[in-house]
Design a protein around this ligand. Structure first.
Ligand SMILES: NC(=O)c1ccc[n+]([C@@H]2O[C@H](COP(=O)([O-])OP(=O)(O)OC[C@H]3O[C@@H](n4cnc5c(N)ncnc54)[C@H](O)[C@@H]3O)[C@@H](O)[C@H]2O)c1
Length: 476
């Protein structure tokens, strides 16, 4: 964790913001309006559990309402505090602007170690927290739409959606009050994996640009690259799995709460993930070298480092020892402002959090639209696509006929082509398109301005400009 001389998480985000706005020409006062967090609500509530009543503290922070609803996950962790949720809410504002998801930024958290509770207790606690937030419109389909974050997932989102629906029985859009729900409760195909998938798409786009690859002192493609992943949870697991199985990357180390695993030949991510699920950590995993102080593996030699656990893990104490040429911030805020400076000077390229982990909010946006449209996502497009494809197939078959059937359509191609894309394919292609477009918008700024030397500053410039334009158009 960060040492005493480091700024707090929120201060670190603000420092990075300030670095970017110093290169902009914003009207007086607008800079501060964009930077500050609009409001943070703190709630304390009691729940009757085994052994008596327990009091919990939760937060929901709204950073910017330049677009509504505001959007951002709910985190369950012991260390949750106001500074942290405000930093995370600010990052949500910039992230949504960068990938053009039409939301303001928000974030919530509950001080709890979910591993200490039975499922039915977690349900009681979650429902009560949701009740406290919903009655103040801090959960609401048109005003504030949470999603999963560290320590929460589909299960918690389903409880939240149900709690909101019970409190708002006439709200036909109730399901859109939260995203990241299970498929059978109004969710969308591909949401669980979306953030990890987004990390993969981001890396693919990076490696499509040889100039950028060279800037990181790397060469070639993703295939064979040595990757270290910290945190094999929702984001880290999916990113590692896809990079390994679909792009040929080698996951040479995994860092978890209870230690790290290392294998230069590449770890079997599926096996490690299964081991963690069965044993609660990596300790005892038989097919790799175990290191008790996992954090030291952040400093191990590799091509790509993927911090996918929590903030502040790359800080003044270890930044100078980091050997990775490329860091992709799957977690929010894993690199502190001070470490960022050291790494930039070392020539390490950082793909910043607000872009790298935007896959989650992108697919959440698709889910929200699906819920509001009350139609299976893609159904209309699919019907149109099928009709268009039928016309093409009819034309081709008529052509084949007129040529005396000297050639015919491959039946397999015909069947596949006529079928059109299903929900998962639509989600993936929408996500891929979003990640490519957003990368190009950052890259353009990175390479076209002499005063911009890193992707993070470029990302801030693109997103702050979008938020500023929105304020200018609509007024404050
Ligand atoms: N879930 C999403 O869709 C999403 C979207 C955007 C950003 N993020 C960010 O990604 C990060 C991870 O979120 P997640 O949803 O995957 O959480 P998660 O709870 O599913 O997984 C977190 C993982 O990190 C591990 N971990 C916790 N503390 C650790 C430590 N000190 N050292 C090493 N490992 C540790 C946990 O054991 C767990 O495996 C967070 O920063 C979150 O804000 C998540």
């Amino acid at each position: 964790m960060s040492s005493a001389t480091e700024p707090s998480f929120r201060q670190s985000v603000d420092l990075m913001f300030n670095r970017a706005v110093a290169l902009m020409d914003l009207p007086p006062g607008l800079e501060e309006k964009i930077r500050v967090c609009n409001a943070t609500y703190t709630v304390r509530f009691g729940v009757r559990l085994r052994g008596g009543i327990q009091t919990f503290t939760g937060y929901r922070s709204v950073h910017s309402e330049h677009m509504e609803p505001v959007k951002g996950g709910i985190r369950y962790a012991m260390g949750v505090n106001q500074d942290e949720v405000e930093a995370l809410a600010a990052l949500m504002t910039y992230k949504c602007a960068l990938v053009e998801a039409p939301f303001g930024g928000s974030k919530g958290g509950l001080c709890i170690d979910p591993r200490q509770y039975e499922e039915h207790e977690l349900e009681l606690i979650t429902r009560r927290f949701a009740y406290e937030l919903a009655k103040r419109d801090l959960i609401n389909p048109s005003q504030n739409v949470p999603a999963p974050d560290m320590g929460t997932g589909e299960r918690e989102m389903a409880w939240i959606a149900d709690q909101y629906a019970r409190m708002n029985t006439t709200d036909i859009n109730a399901r859109a009050c939260v995203t990241g729900k299970p498929l059978n409760a109004g969710g969308i195909a591909g949401r669980v994996e979306a953030t990890g998938r987004g990390v993969q798409y981001a890396l693919r786009e990076f490696f499509r640009n040889p100039e950028d690859v060279a800037a990181a002192n790397l060469e070639g493609k993703l295939d064979g690259k040595r990757v270290i992943v910290q945190g094999l949870g929702n984001v880290g697991y999916h990113a590692a799995k896809f990079l390994m199985s679909e792009d040929g990357a080698k996951i040479t180390a995994v860092i978890e709460r209870d230690g790290g695993l290392i294998d230069e030949n590449g770890l079997d991510i599926e096996a490690v993930h299964q081991w963690i699920a069965n044993h609660g950590g990596v300790t005892g995993y038989p097919n790799a070298r175990y290191v008790e102080n996992g954090a030291v593996l952040l400093e191990e030699d590799c091509d790509i480092l993927i911090p996918a656990a929590l903030e502040g893990v790359i800080n003044l104490s270890n930044a100078a020892n980091i050997k990775a040429r490329l860091i992709i911030e799957a977690a929010n805020g894993p690199v502190t402002a001070g470490a960022d400076e050291i790494l930039r000077e070392k020539g390490c390229v950082i793909i910043p959090d607000m872009y790298a982990n935007a896959g989650g909010v992108t697919v959440s946006y698709f889910e929200w639209v699906k819920n509001l449209s009350h139609i299976r996502f893609g159904r209309m497009q699919r019907r149109q696509e099928e009709a268009r494809h039928q016309l093409v197939v009819d034309e081709l078959e008529a052509l084949s006929e007129s040529l005396g059937k000297t050639w015919t359509l491959d039946p397999k191609f015909k069947e596949r082509y006529l079928r059109g894309a299903d929900e998962l394919e639509l989600v993936r292609s929408g996500l891929d398109d979003t990640m490519r477009t957003a990368y190009q918008s950052m890259r353009e700024v990175w390479h076209s301005r002499d005063d911009v030397t890193d992707l993070r500053t470029a990302a801030y410039l693109v997103s702050i400009d979008k938020v500023a334009k929105s304020y200018r158009a609509k007024g404050l």
